[in-house]
Design a protein around this ligand. Structure first.
Ligand SMILES: *Cc1c(COP(=O)(O)O)cnc(C)c1O
Length: 402
């Protein structure tokens, strides 16, 4: 009798996205459990010595050690690849483990990388500090300026690296234009898709080669675990990424993989509802503060482009207050529902002051060039009733005289 594992690729490839998010990658054990099993095991046993030898030689299908493979982690990897529309995916212990592996696995001394100016602080540390230490030169460009990417190409340019929308200013990079420039020059694009996820934006449809994730954010979506993922072709994953990760070990724990599997079941629902809520909150804030940056608002400098490549605006926005850090910290301290927290993608509304938290490690000049000033705040809108979030923000703004 054929067991319904959901792993038959000819079946799963034809599933529509919502079905893939709930069932993709599920592999049932002999117990026929409905929810995915959590395999908390570091190793695997073999029926005989010859089986062990064959498995290590790659001649027998099966697992050998959880730094290399684990059934729960593999279910998540297959589900993420299916949602992304990628041939393959591998999970990592955190978003930064995913970014580091996606870059380091394919770079060598003498290579050149072009990267966007506005990125998550640790991603800029990789491009500005880590890569140069190993002889990889980096050129930083204004992400939304597509021509700047073309102008930065050198004979030794190997890779383009950016996120869109970008953290924290919500800059939008033209995926089709920048990936097209890279493709023509034989350059690999690595896109950090944490702010949108495949629920809102599928960079591979626009020509991206590698899509990397912090699954800590919207994929878990409930603020529980750290996780990361890298998606690409089977050739890239098996022959470029895996030799790096199997030997360096940024492996995701099966427990965290299981939590993210549960998160993916509701990814689409959460992202759609949180995007609706965020648009309501952004529309309110736009009337109360000097500037709001949210891709789904007509006032966003790249609104048209954003809405061409995203299905909705996402959960995150930036707002600017007059009065610098005193106003920004004053607003945070006046909140009673929205938490002061630097996480994003959570089902709770969270607000942070990037220049004194997430981007404090960058120099003041770098922050200014990224458009992060002392009066800027970043808001993640959750699943609460948006009217309660608006009332909380309204009261906090009134409290600082705005
Ligand atoms: C959070 C984040 C990361 C890092 O992910 P971790 O899971 O915290 O390691 C990378 N890129 C972006 C855009 C992020 O928001």
């Amino acid at each position: 009798m054929k067991r319904k594992t959901g792993q038959d690729r000819s079946i799963t490839r034809n599933w529509r996205p919502a079905t893939r998010a709930v069932r993709g990658g599920t592999a049932r054990s002999e117990w026929g459990e409905t929810s995915e099993a959590m395999f908390l095991t570091s190793g695997y046993s073999y029926d005989c010595a010859a089986d062990a030898a064959a498995r290590f030689a790659g001649e027998q299908v099966g697992m050998t050690y959880s730094r290399l493979q684990n059934p729960t982690v593999e279910m998540l990897e297959q589900r993420i690849a299916l949602i992304e529309g990628a041939e393959a995916a591998r999970c990592m212990a955190s978003g930064m483990a995913a970014m580091t592996a996606a870059l380091m696995c394919q770079l060598a001394a003498g290579d050149h990388v072009v990267a966007a100016r506005t990125m998550f602080g640790s991603c800029r540390w990789l491009t500005d500090t880590l890569l140069p230490r190993f002889g990889v030169a980096t050129t930083i460009v204004d992400g939304p300026d597509s021509q700047a990417w073309a102008d930065a190409i050198r004979p030794e340019t190997k890779l383009f690296f950016f996120e869109t929308p970008a953290n924290p200013t919500l800059d939008v990079v033209d995926l089709a234009a920048v990936c097209g420039i890279a493709r023509k020059a034989g350059i690999t694009t690595v896109v950090d898709n944490a702010f949108a996820t495949a629920a809102l934006q599928r960079p591979m449809e626009f020509g991206a080669d590698v899509v990397a994730y912090s699954a800590t954010k919207l994929m878990d979506g409930q603020g529980r675990v750290l996780a990361g993922a890298v998606c690409g072709t089977e050739d890239f994953i098996n022959n470029t990424l895996l030799p790096f990760t199997r030997n360096t070990g940024p492996t995701l724990s099966p427990f965290n993989a299981w939590v993210v599997l549960k998160g993916l079941e509701t990814l689409d629902l959460r992202v759609q509802r949180q995007s609706e809520n965020a648009l309501k909150v952004a529309t309110f804030l736009e009337k109360r503060v000097p500037r709001v940056l949210y891709p789904a608002l007509a006032s966003h400098p790249q609104h048209m482009l954003a809405m061409r490549q995203m299905d909705a605006g996402g959960t995150i926005m930036a707002l600017h207050l007059d009065g610098g850090r005193a106003s920004a910290h004053g607003l945070l301290d006046g909140l009673s529902l929205v938490d002061i927290s630097n996480n994003i993608g959570d089902s709770r509304s969270l607000m942070t002051h990037p220049s004194s938290t997430t981007h404090a490690g960058l120099s003041a000049e770098t922050r200014t060039a990224m458009g992060i000033d002392e009066g800027m705040l970043r808001l993640n809108v959750g699943l609460e009733d948006p009217e309660d979030v608006i009332a909380d923000l309204d009261a906090a703004l009134t409290g600082i005289g705005l």
